[in-house]
Structures are given as C-alpha cells and as structure tokens.
Design a protein around this ligand. Structure first.
Ligand SMILES: Nc1ncnc2c1ncn2[C@@H]1O[C@H](COP(=O)(O)OP(=O)(O)O)[C@@H](O)[C@H]1O
Ligand SMILES: N[C@@H](CCOP(=O)(O)O)C(=O)O
Length: 309
C-alpha cells in the first residue's frame, strides 16, 4: 500500500494574510504532518493512529478523511468503499495547518487509489473548498504549500490558484506549539470586516516589499517587512504572552517572529543553528503550557505531499 505524507505549513507567514504560505520540515527528521494509506474494503473504514489521535473527533463521519472520501466520490459519481488509515502526527487547531495535512494527504491518496482521475489543479481547487467548509471561509495558504511545497503566493486568478516564489533557504524557522488549541474558525471570526486606508496602504507596502525582497535576495529587508497588521493585532490577546515572547526571543537572536497561521503556534526566524537552539530552549522553558506542547527547528520544505514508500 502506498503511504502519502503531507507536511505542516505556516499560513500567512506573518506578512501575507491568506496569501502566503510555506511548507516546513523539522531538521531532526520528525514527521510533522499526516500520513495516509488506502486499501479496498467492503465498507468505509477509518483507522486512526499517531501522537495526536486523541485530538480527532470520535465519530468517524466527522473526520476530514471521511469528508474527503464523500467529496471525491460525489465529484466523480463513484460509490467505492475504502479503508483509510490516518497517522495523525500534527495537533489540531495548532496553527500548523493540521486540517490541510489531512485534506491534502486524504485527497491525494484517494485520488491515487482511484487511478488519478482528477488533475492537480482541480484537486487543489477541491481541497480549498473543503478547507473553507471546515474553517468557515476558503483560504489556500495552508493547502497550497502542503500540496505543492515551497513558499506559495495565493493568486486565485482564473485557473491559477497559487505560484511558488523564492524564499530564503538558509533561514531556520523555530516552531513553538504551546499545547493549547485555537480553532481557525474562531481565530478568523474575531478579525475586523474593514480596515483603514492607512492599514491597507501599509499592508500593501509590507507584502509587496517582502515579495520584492525574496526575488532580489535581500533577506535583511525581507525581515524588516515581515509585519502583520491584518491579523496579529487582533489575535495577539488569544495567544499566551505573545508580546513578552516576541520581546524576549529577539534578545536571544531571533530576526523576527510571528503567529503561525491562526495560532497558537509561534514561529521565530533565525539564520544560525546555535541561536535556533537557544530560541528553542527559551520556548521550551517559557512558552509551552503542557506536555502536549513541542518545539521544532524547521526549514522551508521544497516538497509538498509525497509518497513515503
Ligand atoms: N483529520 C483531521 N485533522 C484535523 N482536524 C480534523 C480532522 N478531522 C476532523 N477535524 C476537525 O477539523 C477542525 C480543524 O480545526 P482547525 O482549527 O481548522 O485546525 P488547524 O488550524 O490545525 O488546521 C477541528 O474541529 C477538528 O476536530
Ligand atoms: N490564513 C489563515 C491560516 C490558518 O492557518 P491554520 O494553520 O491556523 O489553520 C488564517 O490566518 O486564518
């Protein structure tokens, strides 16, 4: 049986609310993402395992993978029962693209099992629709990097959903998940419906300047422009001690930090492995809230979903 692995992702990447997302991988080789295998069976079955299996809904019909199967069968006009095995290696409502990991690994594994009748672009489109159903509004900044890898700029222009842009492969992304949950839909619901003209102009400057810095390989300028004025000011109160965290980890070498996706995971960017370990140790001592919490030193993953065997 073919096993597909879909990696964790950082939605927004600080400066690009809903339009920037990067796939990441822990440098110690940990599989921070979901694995899915499919086999034929008389009835639909869902088998769970993995470190975060207890986070999943008890009713299999509430599981994203059941929804993936229903979605694809309806789209294809099929009614083919299968057994899906999910290894849940990423916590839910963590800000690491947990739902995207299950959606991407589920859609890709089921489509592969059916003989790949759906092409990549249509599959990506369907993934975004299911993500939107789960989080309350469609956003591709987890789905696209998790599926395609790299740093994805979400365009949604005609048939173009996203395109890869250059990023800084030497950057280290220290990811700190505190062990608490913050649902994406809740974290999206508290954002303002309208922003001032000043905020719009500044956001355009930061986002376009960041993308310009990526193309012209100006990492210092990119760091300066990684400012989130769309989500962070309103989500800050939902994260334990975010302002204190930002102040302290910059003292120990972080170039910048931000909320990963809709939180509560925080990312800190640095360009030196020694500083990365110092930041990781600081997070472990000061940001983790319980034994479910973890810290991983990651790099940008050029790969999205792939076959593990
Ligand atoms: N396989 C699955 N992986 C992740 N979430 C799942 C899965 N199956 C069902 N869910 C539900 O989907 C929702 C995902 O919540 P969300 O806050 O979007 O997660 P994240 O922010 O980590 O992507 C939760 O209510 C969770 O219970
Ligand atoms: N752009 C989205 C990203 C959500 O990421 P997640 O990992 O928290 O699901 C948002 O900011 O709502």
């Amino acid at each position: 049986m073919v096993k597909f692995y879909a990696p964790a992702s950082i939605g927004n990447v600080g400066v690009g609310f809903d339009v920037l997302g990067i796939a990441i991988y822990p440098i110690d080789g940990t599989l921070l993402g979901d694995c899915v295998t499919i086999k034929s069976s008389k009835n639909f079955n869902l088998i769970y395992k993995g470190k975060f299996v207890n986070y999943l809904p008890k009713n299999p019909k509430k599981n994203i993978l059941y929804q993936c199967w229903k979605y694809l069968c309806k789209f294809l006009g099929y009614n083919i029962p299968i057994t899906i095995k999910l290894e849940k290696n990423i916590p839910i409502s963590s800000g690491l693209g947990s739902s995207a990991c299950s959606i991407v690994s589920g859609f890709v594994a089921i489509n592969n099992f059916f003989g790949s009748p759906i092409n990549k672009n249509i599959l990506l489109n369907l993934m975004g629709k299911l993500e939107g159903y789960i989080s309350g509004s469609i956003h591709y900044d987890n789905i696209a990097p998790c599926y395609l890898g790299g740093c994805q700029l979400i365009l949604k222009e005609g048939k173009i959903i996203s395109q890869n842009i250059p990023n800084f492969n030497h950057w280290l992304w220290v990811m700190a998940y505190p062990g608490t949950k913050l649902s994406t839909s809740k974290s999206r619901s508290i954002l303002p419906l309208y922003y001032s003209k000043n905020d719009c102009v500044n956001h355009s400057k930061y986002l376009s300047g960041f993308i310009h810095s990526c193309y012209t390989k100006q990492s210092k300028l990119a760091i300066k422009l990684m400012k989130d004025i769309i989500a962070e000011p309103y989500r800050n109160p939902l994260l334990p001690f975010f302002s204190k965290v930002r102040k302290n980890i910059k003292k120990i070498g972080a170039l910048t930090c931000g909320i990963s996706g809709s939180g509560p995971t925080i990312f800190a960017v640095c360009d030196n492995i020694k500083k990365a370990y110092n930041i990781s140790n600081w997070f472990k001592k000061n940001y983790l809230q319980n034994k479910e919490g973890f810290v991983h030193i990651c790099r940008l993953s050029k790969k999205g979903v792939f076959k593990l065997n």
